[in-house]
Design a protein around this ligand. Structure first.
Ligand code: NAP
Length: 286
């Protein structure tokens, strides 16, 4: 059994990005990418995520701009903030930290971001491109999972992949990328019957449901790869959707929580920001 070290892989990705920015932008006195994060105050987990994104920008020699809005902010204020960042030439990518407070429609808000600056690939235009295989970028978590599998040289093509969870942000997106890599993919959700039996058929099992330690060794085929996306806070500790100690007895590879998909998501956010920045410099669609 091998533990997939997302922290290590993500630091390799960030180092490559830093080197590219140094040689192709800083040394040539060209502008570096700038990531704007909009955070609506009141969610402690969001504060942690935004802080780690800001830290990653610094590590990659990118600029970051954090825009804070009050907990009781109106939809109009949020939309105006997005509009301002859309029109700001210096901004390469915009990330709207979710969840948003009740009363603000997050789908509507996300779709206010210009597709050319939509760094998490969640606008309808970018999702359409993703699902029609015309993508420029893909959602960060889904991309991070594929990068992990490729880094470990785990075969995807021809293999059976099962994804637990069908959110746009994770489940549907990673299922789509796995299918583009020629896996045969099954998506399970809260209404799926025989979820254990289906999971047990997987060569690659991706779990993104937000239920602590839901997946035990009874869900896992011997030698399978298990990718745990879940982030659950229990008694101040972060645990995944997979019962790590139980599943490690049967799997071939496993990504831990913390230190697995989380850091990969942040590294792929940096990668996406760089891609959008380069696309803009080439006169990409706005
Ligand atoms: P979400 O939008 O709440 O979606 C959860 C999905 O899981 C839904 O499709 C739901 O099914 C399904 N589900 C819930 N209970 C289930 C059960 N008992 N059996 C089978 N399926 C079940 O969550 P999300 O945004 O995809 O996030 C999932 C988890 O990943 C969360 O813990 C989140 O914190 C974490 N996450 C981590 C990262 C990272 O970078 N590591 C990034 C994003 C999210 P229905 O559709 O039928 O309701």
């Amino acid at each position: 059994m091998k533990i997939i070290d997302g922290k290590l892989i993500s630091s390799e990705i960030k180092q490559k990005i830093k080197d590219e920015i140094q040689s192709k932008m800083i040394d040539k006195k060209k502008p570096v990418p700038t990531l704007a994060c909009i955070i609506v105050e009141g969610n402690p987990a969001s504060e942690v995520y935004v802080a780690s994104k800001e830290k990653a920008c610094t590590a990659c020699s990118m600029k970051s701009k954090i825009v804070r809005l009050k907990k009781d902010t109106s939809e109009e204020t949020l939309f105006n903030t997005i509009e301002k960042l859309n029109n700001d030439e210096e901004i390469s990518g915009i990330l709207l930290q979710l969840p948003l407070p009740n009363g603000i429609d997050s789908v509507k808000a996300t779709n206010r971001i210009l597709p050319s600056k939509d760094v998490d690939c969640l606008t309808y235009e970018n999702l359409g491109a993703l699902f029609s295989s015309k993508k420029v970028i893909a959602p960060c978590t889904a991309t991070g999972i594929i990068e992990m599998l490729k880094h470990e040289k785990i075969q995807i093509a021809g293999k059976r992949a099962v994804v637990l969870g069908r959110s746009l942000l994770v489940g549907k997106s990673v299922a789509n990328l796995l299918e583009q890599e020629n896996a045969t993919v099954t998506i399970c959700h809260s209404k799926t019957e025989n979820i254990k039996e289906l999971s047990k058929q997987a060569d690659i099992l991706v779990v993104a449901i937000g239920k602590p330690k839901f997946v035990t060794k009874e869900f896992v085929k011997k030698g399978a790869t298990v990718i745990d996306v879940g982030i659950n806070r229990i008694d101040g500790k972060i645990v995944g959707d997979v019962d790590f100690d139980d599943v490690k007895k049967v799997c071939g590879y496993i990504s831990p929580v913390p230190g697995g998909v989380g850091p990969m998501t942040v590294a792929c956010l940096m990668q996406n920001t760089l891609t959008l920045h380069k696309n803009k410099s080439k006169g990409g669609k706005r």
